[in-house]
Design a protein around this ligand. Structure first.
Ligand code: TLP
Length: 343
C-alpha cells in the first residue's frame, strides 16, 4: 500500500537533485578537518547565524547532548521544559553523559517565562546544585510545533547573563520558526551560547545537524563529538545534502505550514476530534481523539489500514506532520480519509 506518511518530517527521502549533489561532493577526512564540503557547510551556517563557528554532527540528539556536556560539570543542574525533546526523548542522556540533573518546568505551549526561570535558579549555597544552563526548544515539538516568542527568550537571556548561566537552543526546527515568524535565524541566535539545528527534519536531508557557537564552544564541541563517537571521515557526501537542503528547502517550509492549516481546517469540522486551528503555527498538527470512542492505538491502526500514518502523542492525541514529501492533494486525501472514518 502507498501510505501518506505524516508521522514526522524526518521521513523524507533525498530528492534526485539532492542525491546528485551528494554524488558530486568533494570529500576529505573530516577528523583531520580536511573535508572541503563539510568546511563549506560549517562556514555557511556560522555566517547565517552570525556566530564564530559551527560543527557538523550526525544527529540532533548528539548536538544537544554535546552542548549540555560542554556547558556543565557533573552535579550541576540544567533547566528544561517538561515536554522538551531533551527531557522526554533523549533517554535521560544528560544524566548519563554529562552527569547533570534536569529541572523540568511546565511551559505554556512549550514556552517558559522569565518569571518561572527566575524562581527556579538555585541560590548559591554549597548544598544546592548549581544552575548552569537553560535549554529552550524552538519550535516546540510536543506543542504542535509552536513558536517560542522572541521577547520572552530575550527576557530569559537577560536573567541568564546576570547569573552567569548559559543558554542552549534546541533548534531542530528553528528554520520553521524563522520562516513562520519572519525573524531571521541570527536574531534568535543572539540569545544563545550554543545552538543545535537539524538538516534532517523539514529541510529534507537524510542525516545531519549542526552545533553553532563561539570558537571556544566549537573547540569543546569538537572534543566531545569525538568522545561521543561522532567523528566522521569522508562525510562531505552528507554535508552536500545539507548544503543542498539549506540552499533550496528553507523558504518552501511555508508550503508545509500552509498545508498544516488546510489539514486542520478540514479536520476542525469533525465534531469527534478536538483540534484548535489557532494553535497551528508551523508544520505540526496535534489531534485529540478521545471523542472518537476509540483508543489512540485503535485510531492509529484504523488510519494505517486506510493508508494514513500518524504518531501517538501525549494523552489521547495523535500527531500529523507536514513535509516536503507530501503534497497538497495527499494532505487533502489524508484529511478526507480521517473525515470519513470519524464523522
Ligand atoms: N524529533 C523526532 C522524534 O525523536 C520525536 C520527531 O519525529 O519529531 N530536537 C527536537 C525538537 C526533535 O524533534 C528531534 C527529533 C531531535 C531534537 C532529535 O533529532 P535526531 O532524531 O536527529 O537525533
Amino acid at each position: 500500500m502507498e501510505y501518506i506518511d505524516l508521522r514526522s518530517d524526518t521521513v523524507t527521502k533525498p530528492s534526485e537533485a539532492m542525491r546528485r549533489a551528494m554524488m558530486e561532493a568533494e570529500v576529505g577526512d573530516d577528523v583531520y578537518g580536511e573535508d572541503p564540503t563539510v568546511n563549506k557547510l560549517q562556514n555557511k551556517i556560522a555566517g547565517m547565524f552570525q556566530k564564530e563557528a559551527a560543527l557538523f554532527v550526525p544527529s540532533g540528539t548528539m548536538g544537544n547532548e554535546i552542548c549540555i556536556k560542554l556547558h556543565t560539570q557533573p552535579g550541576d543542574e540544567i533547566i528544561v521544559e517538561q515536554d522538551s525533546h531533551i527531557f522526554v526523548y533523549e533517554t535521560a542522556a544528560p544524566s548519563l553523559l554529562a552527569g547533570v540533573q534536569m529541572l523540568p518546568l511546565p511551559g505554556e505551549s512549550g514556552a517558559l517565562t522569565a518569571e518561572q526561570i527566575k524562581k527556579s535558579i538555585r541560590p548559591s549555597v554549597y548544598y544546592l546544585p548549581r544552575t548552569k544552563l537553560i535549554c529552550i526548544e524552538n519550535t516546540h515539538g510536543r506543542s504542535a510545533g509552536s513558536i517560542i516568542p522572541i521577547n520572552e527568550i530575550r527576557k530569559i537571556y537577560e536573567i541568564a547573563v546576570t547569573q552567569n548561566i548559559k543558554m542552549h537552543l534546541d533548534g531542530a526546527r528553528l528554520w520553521n520558526a524563522s520562516v513562520a515568524s519572519q525573524i531571521p535565524v541570527h536574531e534568535y541566535a543572539k540569545y544563545f551560547d550554543s545552538i543545535s539545528v537539524c538538516f534532517s527534519k523539514g529541510l529534507g536531508a537524510p542525516i545531519g545537524s549542526m552545533i553553532i557557537g563561539s570558537h571556544q564552544v566549537i573547540e569543546d564541541a569538537l572534543k566531545y563529538r569525538k568522545i561521543f563517537g561522532g567523528g566522521m571521515r569522508q562525510v562531505g557526501i552528507l554535508a552536500a545534502a545539507a548544503l543542498y537542503a539549506v540552499e533550496n528547502n528553507i523558504e518552501r517550509l511555508a508550503i508545509d505550514h500552509d498545508n498544516a492549516k488546510h489539514f486542520t481546517q478540514i479536520l476542525s469540522k469533525i465534531k469527534k476530534l478536538k483540534i484548535n486551528p489557532e494553535n497551528i503555527q508551523t508544520n505540526m498538527v496535534i489531534i485529540d481523539v478521545s471523542g472518537t470512542g476509540k483508543s489512540q492505538t485503535q485510531v492509529l491502526k484504523t488510519l494505517k489500514e486506510q493508508g494514513v500514518l500518524l504518531t501517538p502523542e501525549r494523552d489521547a492525541s495523535v500527531r500529523a506532520v507536514m513535509h516536503l514529501d507530501v503534497n497538497r492533494n495527499q494532505v487533502i486525501n489524508a484529511a478526507n480519509i480521517i473525515h470519513s472514518l470519524f464523522d
